[in-house]
Design a protein around this ligand. Structure first.
Ligand SMILES: [Cu+2]
Length: 130
């Protein structure tokens, strides 16, 4: 299934990124590993068999673009699973790269690979939107 409902925009805002750094310093209290992450709305992730690297990301609220390199030997995709559901990157062949954009409000989201069995095998990551 190749479905890209959220891949319309490719704009990113450097100005807003600077603002997000200030917000990150001001209001925290979550897990240390997440609050220490630098926010980026242009997230690059490696998908392997069966992992995401890195497995924790931070971004600011608004449009967030994921670019995924499939470095594994299986197909992979990228989906926001909780607390909202958004299929950001469709099924991507081994050796291929794909990107997709999603618009998110502040919160902590679970990112998964939705290929059957891959979540259970460990393809799960966390996205903190500030
Ligand atoms: Cu996968």
């Amino acid at each position: 299934m190749r479905n890209h409902p959220f891949s319309s925009g490719r704009s990113s805002s450097r100005i807003a990124l600077v603002a997000a750094v200030g917000l990150a310093v001001a209001g925290c209290g979550g897990q240390d590993d997440l609050s220490d992450l630098e926010a980026s709305n242009d997230i690059h992730v490696e998908a392997g068999d069966m992992y995401f690297e890195p497995d924790a990301f931070a971004a600011e609220a608004g449009e967030i673009t994921f670019t995924m390199d499939n470095v594994g030997e299986a197909i992979h995709d990228l989906m926001i699973a909780e607390p909202t559901s958004a299929h950001v990157i469709g099924t991507t062949d081994p050796g291929a790269s794909a990107s997709g954009t999603v618009r998110l409000d502040p919160g902590t989201y679970t990112v998964i690979c939705a290929v059957p069995g891959h979540l259970d095998a460990g393809m799960e990551a966390t996205l903190e939107v500030r």
